[in-house]
Design a protein around this ligand. Structure first.
Ligand code: SF4
Ligand code: SF4
Ligand code: SF4
Length: 171
């Protein structure tokens, strides 16, 4: 029974999201380029392709074409989903990968050499620290995008399950 309810809720969300995107497409008909620019301005510009598209602009174009949903940008997290929803009149839904498996970065602080490379890589500015000093992640703001991991020269960043109190809000 719970499974059926969940499927009904998900179906309703997809339908309302689809209707909103169709509405946005009609509203901006003939001016799709302007809408692409507006959407792109809300995206983190990491060009990381985690949305399934080769960069932020192709993802924006796919949203306008009705081919992509508003919750596919992992680095942008809830903030970007909400901003896109507001722009396009679409209902909120959790970022897709977070809904699947909420993860967050943790720095093993004793091993951190304070190089600041993770700070530069983080699209939501949720890592704090100063040069040559230990760094730490503001868990509540981390979107779980993993972009801080490759630049770390001492491999001291782990991805762990997000504690339940920080898991994204459900619609
Ligand atoms: S996942 Fe987000 S930040 Fe990365 S390319 Fe796609 S839109 Fe840009
Ligand atoms: S996973 Fe790393 S880069 Fe991504 S938001 Fe969290 S701390 Fe920032
Ligand atoms: S990249 Fe690694 S070593 Fe450098 S500051 Fe970040 S956690 Fe510390």
């Amino acid at each position: 029974m719970e499974m059926i309810s969940a499927l009904i809720v998900m179906g309703a969300l997809c339908l309302s999201g689809g209707l909103a995107l169709a509405w946005a497409a009609r509203k901006f008909a003939g001016n799709e380029n302007a809408l692409v620019v507006q959407i792109e301005e809300l995206l983190p510009q990491t060009q990381c392709a985690q949305c399934g598209y080769p960069g932020c602009k192709p993802y924006a174009e796919a949203i306008v074409a009705g081919e992509a949903d508003i919750n596919q940008c992992q680095p942008g997290g809830e903030r970007v989903v909400k901003a896109l929803g507001q722009l396009l009149g679409a209902d909120y839904r959790p970022p897709a990968k977070v809904a699947e498996k909420p993860m967050v970065a943790f720095i093993r602080e004793a091993e951190c050499i304070g190089c600041t490379l993770c700070i530069k890589a983080c699209p939501v500015d949720c890592i704090i620290g100063a040069p040559k000093q230990m760094h730490t992640v503001i868990t509540a703001d981390c979107t779980g995008c993993t972009l801080c991991i490759p630049p770390c020269p001492v491999n001291c960043i782990d991805m762990e399950m997000l504690p339940p109190r920080w898991q994204p809000e459900r619609p």
